[in-house]
Write a protein that binds this ligand. Structure first.
Ligand SMILES: NC(=O)c1ccc[n+]([C@@H]2O[C@H](COP(=O)([O-])OP(=O)(O)OC[C@H]3O[C@@H](n4cnc5c(N)ncnc54)[C@H](O)[C@@H]3O)[C@@H](O)[C@H]2O)c1
Ligand SMILES: N[C@H](CO)Cc1c[nH]c[nH+]1
Ligand SMILES: [Zn+2]
Length: 440
């Protein structure tokens, strides 16, 4: 594999070239056009369209494929699954559930704003949520865990999974095992834009849901964007991306291993080593080919395409402050900090989905077993969005109650506002025209 790792030397640069902050997701144009007819076909033809697209895009050869995973499929998945892997899925579920239970807000709270005036919030689970579990460039029982567990913790009454079928018309076994262990009973075989459309509009088999969560390819991201007026698209989680932020204290072999992690997701991923150490930069550049030779050929190809392409590689900065500045501007989905004092450097990070600290916390652990969610904002969305959490499966409603005592004071202030803004109805509702009992 004689590709050249993308090496960007910014030591003499006045500022960060804007194109370095781009991702493949930045240009959804072609995907938006591509998914429009798919969405319309699912809206008008329902299950028949899902079966047609499963054949066209997922290579399914079973024309009468059952769109909902059957009990027999769940049982077969358990029977065929390596017991050690089942134990690992259970281990991960335990940690992820513990983390998200700690996140869960109380059912409600209330304060007395003024004497005789009470107000508060109630936290209520969303009635129906669809969890998108990708299946194109990999199988993701880990994404089942990351999307279904917070939904169960939140108490969502109807939590379903949609995921692309394999050519034999079945759902990935790990996905079914994780779903059953978590308690999700509805798994539907539809992925890509057609899956998003199915839970947006509903079909004969797939229920319409109020929200969709979970990561996906640009086809999924484009469909969510086009259907955002029909179904809440949730956290913008697109192709995986990472920054490894390193100083001169790190072993380049370790930094190279961790730089590869997210780059292997697909050619549409992004991954950068950002360092002020020429030794580490050159050491990582030299180490990568050896790691690729030890990898699965498809994943090595994905990784080298990313790290030798426009959306990944090595950035060398004149000092560590500039490396931190690049990281905050980039707003990575995953950030690893490999420095002599990562906890101190954590305080300097403003924009990142998750931050993993030190040599013993590679992104792989965060992806699967630590507990925090691995469905994270991509394409710089980390500047304003948070990791998927229990809060994404709930919403708040505020409430208030004003006693007669509180009303007398509030009515006068309210009347002045309404009169100034020209709302006579607002004003009359708090005037002497209000038929309150005498003395109230
Ligand atoms: N941000 C996160 O938290 C997170 C987590 C896990 C994975 N990911 C990312 O999610 C993405 C998953 O993408 P994926 O491709 O593996 O799976 P996917 O399920 O998102 O996409 C595959 C689906 O796309 C559809 N499709 C394929 N070719 C098509 C075409 N030409 N036209 C229309 N539709 C087509 C098919 O229906 C297929 O099932 C990856 O980029 C991965 O990096 C992100
Ligand atoms: N890194 C992905 C989020 O970008 C999560 C994941 C799942 N499986 C492997 N990786
Ligand atoms: Zn990953």
């Amino acid at each position: 594999m004689n590709k050249t790792v993308n090496f960007v030397d910014l030591r003499d640069a006045e500022n960060i070239p804007a194109h370095l902050l781009d991702r493949t997701e930045a240009d959804l144009g072609p995907y938006l056009e591509r998914v429009k007819p798919i969405i319309e076909a699912v809206r008008t033809e329902g299950d028949a369209a899902l079966r047609r697209f499963a054949q066209a895009y997922d290579g399914v050869t079973i024309p009468d494929m059952s769109i909902r995973a059957t009990e027999e499929e769940f049982e077969t998945a358990f029977r065929e699954m390596d017991p050690e892997l089942i134990r690992s899925i259970e281990y991960a579920i335990g940690n992820i559930r513990k983390f998200h239970e700690a996140q869960k807000p109380e059912d409600s709270w209330m304060i007395e704003v003024q004497p005789g005036v009470w107000a508060g919030d109630r936290n209520v689970a969303i009635e129906s949520v669809a969890c998108y579990v990708p299946r194109g460039k990999g199988a993701f029982p880990s994404v089942v865990n990351m999307t279904a567990i917070p939904g169960m913790v939140a108490g969502v009454p109807r939590l379903v999974i949609i995921t692309p079928p394999a050519p034999d018309g079945r759902v990935d076994a790990g996905t079914l095992v994780a779903a059953r262990l978590i308690g999700v009973t509805e798994v539907y075989k539809c992925g890509g834009a057609q899956g998003v459309a199915a839970v947006a509009y509903g079909t004969e088999t797939v229920p319409a849901c109020m929200k969709i969560v979970g990561p996906g390819s640009p086809y999924v991201v484009a469909a969510k964007k086009l259907l955002s007026h029909v179904i809440d698209p949730g956290v913008p989680a697109g192709p995986s991306e990472a920054i490894i932020l390193a100083d001169d204290s790190v072993d380049p072999e370790l930094a190279a291993l961790d730089l590869i992690i997210e780059s292997e997701h697909g050619p549409d991923s992004s991954a950068w080593l950002v360092t002020d150490s020429p030794r580490v930069a050159r050491g990582v550049q030299a180490a990568l080919p050896g790691h690729w030779q030890q990898m699965d050929a498809k994943r090595a190809e994905f990784s080298s395409t990313v790290l030798c392409g426009a959306y990944g590689g090595i950035v060398l900065t004149r000092d560590f402050d500039t490396a931190v500045e690049f990281t905050n501007a980039y707003a990575p989905e995953h950030l690893e900090i490999l420095t002599c004092d990562p906890m101190a450097d954590l305080g300097r990070i403003r924009n990142a989905g998750e931050v993993l600290l030190g040599n013993h916390t590679p992104v792989s652990l965060g992806n699967y077993v630590i507990g925090p969610n691995a469905v994270l904002p991509t394409n710089r969305a980390a500047r304003t969005h948070s990791p998927l959490s229990v809060h994404d499966y709930m919403k708040r409603m505020s409430f208030a109650r004003v006693s007669a005592r509180g009303y007398r004071e509030m009515a006068a202030h309210t009347h002045r506002f309404a009169s100034y803004e020209g709302f006579s109805g607002h004003a009359r509702a708090v005037s002497s025209a209000r038929p309150l009992a005498k003395g109230q």
